[in-house]
Design a protein around this ligand. Structure first.
Ligand SMILES: [Zn+2]
Length: 68
């Protein structure tokens, strides 16, 4: 099965992907450095189901300025 790809919720630490039983995976999200597209982006991946979490555009941890 192809791993899913989601936008990470602000300060999300646990995977909320539904598993085959319809329950949240709750796996721990770990920083994933093997992202082939944007190495600068903070990409996380669930260590259990390998769902990839892309950075949330609404969450700007460093600059503090939001560009809508
Ligand atoms: Zn998961």
């Amino acid at each position: 099965m192809e791993p899913a790809e989601k936008i990470r919720l602000p300060r999300q630490r646990a995977c909320n992907q539904l598993n085959e039983k319809g329950k949240h995976c709750c796996g721990h999200l770990k920083r994933w450095y093997a992202n082939p597209r944007e190495t600068q982006a903070e990409v996380y991946r669930c260590e259990r189901c390998h769902t990839v979490y892309l950075p949330n555009p609404a969450e700007e941890p460093r600059t503090g300025t939001l560009a809508w």
